[in-house]
Structure formats: C-alpha cells, structure tokens
Design a protein around this ligand. Structure first.
Ligand code: NI
Length: 391
C-alpha cells in the first residue's frame, strides 16, 4: 500500500496541505515557517533529495530510474500583506497577511506531484527538480535570486509551472505559446512647484494642477505614440499632494505601473513617458524627478513547450475543459527561469460559485475551489513525465 493511500485520498491530502498554508501565510523573503513546513513534508517522501537553496526556498530533486532530461517544476510560496475577509475556519491566523493569490494551492499541488513521483521513481525518466520558490510578489523576486545566485538552473533542459486562476472555471486548463504575461515596470514621479495660499494661485506653481495634466497627457503615450496592436498599459495608481483645503503644496508625488510585452517597446516607453512629463512641467514652470524601475521580464512561453502542454491538457482534462489562454498584463517572475532554459507557464481554473471563488486575485475575499488542486497535480505530473522523456 502506498503512503498516499495510507494518508487518505490525494484530494484530502492536498486540501490539508493547502489549508495549513492558508492559515499560516508569510510574505516574501519571510517564509521561514512555510519553508520549514514544506521541507518537513518533503522529508516524509522517500527518494527525494531535499535542500534549501536560499533561506526561505526549498528544492526537492528526484532522480528517475530511466534515462531522460532534467525538468524544473516551480511553485511560488509567498503570501500578500492583505487582511483576509473570508470567514471559513481555515482563514489566515496572521493579521494583515493572506494567501490572496493562490500560492498556498501552488505549494500543495507541487507537494502532491513530489509525493506521486517519489512513489513511482523507478518509472520516472530523467531528473525532476521541484523548486518551492520564495518571494514572487516582492521585487526583485525570489526567482531572480535562485537563477543568479544558486546553481538551480545548471543542466535544466526545460521548466514549467502553473498559476491557479479564479477567473477561469474550475477544471479548465489554459495554455498559450509566446507572449503570455507582461513586464511590470514602475514609475515614481515627484513634481516640484512652489506652494502658497490657496486663495492666490497666481503666486504659486501648483504641483497638483501640473500633476493632473501629467496624468491625462500620459494617456496619449498609449493612444497616440504606440501602435494599436502593440500592447502597452500606463496607469497612474497613486497621487499624493497637500494636507489641507487652503494651502497649495510644494510637491506632488505620483506612482504608476507600465506594462508591456515587446522588448523594444519596453525600452522606448520610459523615453516617451519622460518626454510628456518634461513638457508639461516646463510649460507650467515646475520641475520633476522621475525614477523609472524595470520589473520582472515578460513571460514569453517557448512555442514547443506550450504545444506539448496543450497536448497534455487535452489528454488530461479533455477538449471541453481546454482553452487557449489569453495574454495578461499581469507580471510574473517565472520569466527569470526562461532566461536560462526553454519553458512555459500555464493556468488552471479555480473559480466556481459552489466555492464562492470567483473573487479576483489579491482581493481580501480571494479563495480557490479546491477541486483545482487535483487538476493542477494531474497536469503538472503529466507535464513532468512528458517533458522529461529523452529526445
Ligand atoms: Ni500569484
């Protein structure tokens, strides 16, 4: 009798792992209890070599009994600084911290895959590396650290991983070749005017009025400077200035996000944006400081890997549950692994009315339909076995 059967059904075990993680969330670079828990669970599975590449990440390596390639499977393990509003009994026990993106589910899925592969190691081709990655939600990101500062990627032939998606029905698998997720870059802008009495704006340079013009004019970068079919998003998401009703302040501080897929457009965007800021500020006698930060690279799936994942999905969930994925302007540090090896990232649906799990990601009521955990394990296990087949 296998260990998995002794511990109950696969689904029961996945749910237990996910709920433990959900109750005990930790934000990026602080996942000490999470990593210890994952390591403890992996050490119960015979045949895995378990190490800690960084302080809060965990790596399990399975050497298969048959020749084959080296496949990296990735799950992210970190939570978000959000106060959970769900009321179920396994809600977060930590004030202000919540698994609001499904990474608790990703971790449970990869534990499930590790467990199943370990039980059938003699039948597994090649080498399967399973990385439980820290700090996906916080730049510069855990993936970059693992790729640049450890030997995780040495000898990896192909990489894959999944994200649960509450906006897709539970049971659905969605795959896309090519551009899948955007580069999430950011801007931090300080506009310096000259403050004064709210009754005498003529004696001031009003940074609020200038900032408002900057916000509206930046929309022209997208609508008038970039071809309609080249995806670019510029959103000003924060605008802080002033303290009271009758004082014009000296400064206004704005922040925003800039999302793109195309590398050339990504490099061009900061120049287009600064040209607008400079022009508006000069026109009104204000000065500015612009800090522009490049975030994660875009996730560009390798075509042949995405094609194999699609075949696996059709065989695993059937054509009625398969969708071609839509590209999203969201960002993901899975892209760091793609610098070193071909690979593809895909989505598994986790939304249902039954589980009240259609809330958007990063919402205080986000949750998943736990049936998605089983689909995730089936897909990722099948992907590992297929991708590890010798060429
Ligand atoms: Ni996420």
């Amino acid at each position: 009798m296998t260990q998995m059967v002794e511990r109950g059904t696969l689904r029961d075990q996945l749910v237990a792992w996910r709920r433990h993680l959900h109750m005990n969330p930790e934000v990026g670079f602080e996942e000490h209890e999470t990593a210890a828990y994952i390591e403890g669970e992996l050490r119960k599975m015979p045949g895995l070599t378990v190490t800690r590449p960084t302080a809060t990440s965990v790596l399990a390596v399975l050497k298969g009994g048959k020749p084959g390639r080296t496949v990296l499977l990735r799950a992210d393990i970190d939570a978000l600084p959000i106060e959970e509003e769900n009321t179920f009994e396994f809600r977060s026990r930590k004030p202000g911290v919540m698994h609001a993106c499904g990474h608790d589910g990703h971790t449970a899925i990869l534990l499930g895959v590790a467990s199943l592969l370990a039980e059938s190691a003699q039948e597994v081709p090649g080498e399967i590396r399973m990385i439980f990655q820290h700090a996906e939600e916080i730049g510069p990101g855990g993936a970059e650290e693992l790729v640049m500062e450890t030997n995780l990627m040495d000898g990896v032939d192909v990489v894959t991983g999944l994200h649960l998606n509450s906006q897709l029905p539970v049971g659905v698998v969605a795959v896309k070749p090519g551009a899948f997720m955007a580069a999430p870059d950011s801007l931090h802008l300080t506009i310096r005017g000259r403050g004064g009495h709210g009754a005498h704006p003529e004696q001031t340079v009003d940074p609020i009025a200038v900032g408002a013009q900057v916000v509206t004019n930046l929309q022209h970068v997208v609508s008038r400077n970039v071809a309609a079919l080249d995806a670019l998003v510029v959103s000003i998401t924060s605008f802080h200035a002033g303290t009271t009703h009758n004082v014009i302040p000296d400064t206004a501080v704005l922040q925003g996000t800039v999302r793109s897929f195309d590398p050339e457009l990504r490099q061009r965007a900061p120049r287009l944006i600064e040209r607008v800021i400079r022009g508006v500020c000069e026109a009104h006698g204000a000065t500015y400081e612009l800090k522009y930060e490049f975030g994660y690279r875009p996730v560009i799936n390798t075509d042949w890997v995405a094609a194999q994942l699609k075949e696996i999905a059709l065989a695993t969930v059937g054509s009625e549950h398969y969708q071609d994925a839509q590209p999203t302007m969201g960002g993901e540090d899975f892209s760091a692994y793609l610098q070193k090896a071909p690979g593809a990232y895909f989505n598994v649906g986790a939304g249902s009315d039954a589980a009240d799990s259609r809330w958007p990601h990063h919402h205080p009521r986000f949750t998943i339909d736990e049936d998605s955990l089983v689909t995730g394990v089936q897909m990722l296990q099948a992907a590992a076995l297929r991708l590890a087949q010798p060429e």
